[in-house]
Design a protein around this ligand. Sequence first.
Ligand SMILES: [Fe+2]
Ligand SMILES: [Fe+2]
Length: 232
Amino acid sequence: MPAKEDLFTPIHKALRSMIYGLSTRLQTNDFANVAVSTALVTDLENNFAAARSAGCVLCVLSQHATDEETVIFPSAARTDGGLVGQLIEEHHALTRQELAIAERAHALLKLGSADERVSAGIRLNQDANELFAAYLAHMNREDTELVPAMQQRFTDEQMLGMRGRIIGQMPRDQLFFILGWMVSSLNVTELTDLLATVRQGAPPPFFQAVTELCASKVEPARWAEVTARIGL
Ligand SMILES: [Fe+2]
Ligand SMILES: [Fe+2]
């Protein structure tokens, strides 16, 4: 019987929500306004070189690919080398797009006139749309091709070990930043399962911190349903 663990779908839901939110901000931003544009660019690519910084969307997208390549792909490549090789190629292309967007965003803020910034903002939005389209297609490929392949090849315990390694190497601020997006992006059943796993496997203070995060991030009706299901 295939395993049930899925290392990709929950984090991809979080990344999709981040992408949708940033995309909305990008296409409605007034690039003539320096203050709001600076805030937007900061969230987009703040400290891009330090890819572990929390709060930067491009950093999180980049770090996610690194986590996959260092923890998951080496094992998956032993049996599904062709697919993993293609996914790594896609990572490289995504990185090139991310770096170009980060450069373009920086350059935009240095422009002297509102008209120039508005023109550059149109191009930035178009480039971001291309990146997001490619990133969404890439995640879908991992969900639809790699998840079932890994469920055939690995046990749930092996995959939980991989997830534990990714979480274990994340600084706490980054972990809670991503968890905040994840818990607000999961459906009731997924969130109930996630909390049951955390309650079973993590120290009580960590479980407490995650439930407090959920209370502040998850839509209230959904959170009420989850707390009823897990008896909080
Ligand atoms: Fe990936
Ligand atoms: Fe991924």
